[in-house]
Ligand binder design. Structure first.
Ligand code: URA
Length: 250
């Protein structure tokens, strides 16, 4: 038996605090009955649902989505179209969630899964999993920006970003940027602090996963066996220079 809030937090989808809040507002049920007590003890195999979706569903699912602009990276947000709304009916009640977030106007690679521990590993700040974005800016990026990103940009609120990589594309109005952390609006804030506001942003790599350029915007597919091997290999941390790994032009 373990505490209900602990069981939810163990999925990696919610912090203990978020789990307690979900429980208190009545979104969690155990054995089909709503339970508002974070400290309630639940058995290992007791079915727990959040908003009716099983937590830790027994069928693990791993999907690659090419997120379009205009949808939010959450499972439920009143008045918004979510990335889960893009999936078919058969994916409705499997406890899926996006591993990580992209802004509403950001496009590109999103891993959708119900594997909390895996998501937790990929997103853990300690692991510094590479994220690569294709970015377009208002302005012209130059060597000073490359150097600033390499050293670690200081954001407007004083936060010092970890060193990243910026590779300029011809003309300097676009680039690939590699980050090893995932702060709120990070790419936009980094480049805004250089006076080059982002006009378009698309994630093209997340750890070992590279966006499948054959996936139209809004489309998704299960990960291939090779991709699954990649995300479970634990070899995806600190890839080094991304241009050795990005095989396509975006
Ligand atoms: N950085 C941003 O600014 N936005 C995203 O969606 C992802 C990274």
């Amino acid at each position: 038996m373990e505490r209900l809030d602990k069981r939810l937090a163990a999925t990696g989808r919610w912090s203990r605090k978020e789990a307690r809040e979900l429980i208190r507002v009545g979104r969690v049920a155990v054995d089909g009955a709503p339970c508002r007590a974070p400290e309630a003890k639940v058995g290992e195999t007791a079915p727990v649902t959040v908003d009716g979706a099983p937590v830790g569903a027994d069928r693990p699912v791993y999907l690659m989505l090419n997120k379009p602009a205009g949808v939010v990276s959450s499972t439920d947000e009143p008045g918004e179209r979510t990335v889960l709304d893009l999936l078919g009916e058969e994916y409705r009640n499997l406890g899926l969630f996006p591993a990580g977030r992209l802004d509403k106007d950001t496009e590109g690679l999103l891993l959708i899964t119900n594997d909390g521990p895996l998501a937790h590993r990929l997103l853990s700040p300690r692991r510094h999993v590479d994220k690569v974005y294709y970015v377009e800016v208002d302005g012209v990026l130059d060597g000073g920006d490359v150097e600033a990103v390499r050293r670690g940009v200081t954001l407007g609120d004083g936060y010092e970003c970890l060193p990243g990589e910026l590779e300029l594309l011809p003309g300097g109005r676009s680039a690939h940027i590699t980050l090893r952390e995932g702060k709120y609006h990070q790419v936009k804030r980094m480049l805004a602090s250089r006076g080059k506001p982002v006009t378009y942003l698309k994630r093209v790599r997340f750890g070992p996963l590279e966006l499948d350029e054959g996936l139209p915007k809004g489309a998704w597919r299960p990960l291939s066996d090779r991709e699954l091997k990649g995300i479970f290999s634990q070899q995806y941390e600190n890839f080094g220079s991304f241009n050795k790994k990005i095989s396509k032009n975006y």
